[in-house]
Design a binder for this molecule. Structure first.
Ligand SMILES: [Zn+2]
Length: 153
């Protein structure tokens, strides 16, 4: 028959996956299995180490209510232009000459998996890395401070 995490009905499997994803904040995979001529849907946490993300249906946790949401992630891409300040100008962080100018693009998460494109900075790789927020906590403090400043005006 069916195992403890197997559901003959896709709807039941989906309901279970949705519940687990929301309860844990983790992605849940629904894999179609078949044996002895019976088809079932297996529900388990998605693993990035195998083919779940390519082959299984992934149920992601639903975002929390808007008022509960806090900025919890920034991400950055860093690209080497291969050219110097002679072409791209001085480092925008330290104001000095760079032999290899890098371009950093900043992204802010505004909902799970959704990012805005923010500032672009150019300069030394180590300078660009140094202006990244140290942690989500620091970012949250900055955001709260801004909110407070705006509220007192
Ligand atoms: Zn610099």
């Amino acid at each position: 028959m069916f195992g403890p995490n197997e559901y003959p009905d896709w709807k039941d499997a989906h309901t279970e996956a949705r519940t687990r994803a929301n309860a844990t904040g983790l992605d849940v995979a629904i894999r179609k299995t078949s044996g002895l001529g019976k088809i079932a849907f297996n529900v388990a946490f998605a693993s990035v180490n195998d083919s779940d993300y390519a082959l299984a249906e992934i149920v992601r946790p639903e975002p929390k209510a808007a008022q509960e949401f806090t900025f919890d992630a920034k991400k950055y891409t860093l690209r080497n232009t291969g050219d110097s300040s002679a072409r791209y100008g001085l480092c925008e962080v330290c104001g000095k000459h760079c032999s290899e100018v890098h371009i950093q693009q900043e992204y802010t998460q505004y909902a799970p998996g959704q990012f805005t494109h923010d500032d672009v900075l150019m300069g030394h790789a180590h300078c660009l890395q140094s202006v990244r927020p140290k942690s989500a906590t620091k970012l949250l403090q900055q955001f709260k401070k801004l909110k407070d400043e705006n509220a007192t005006d």
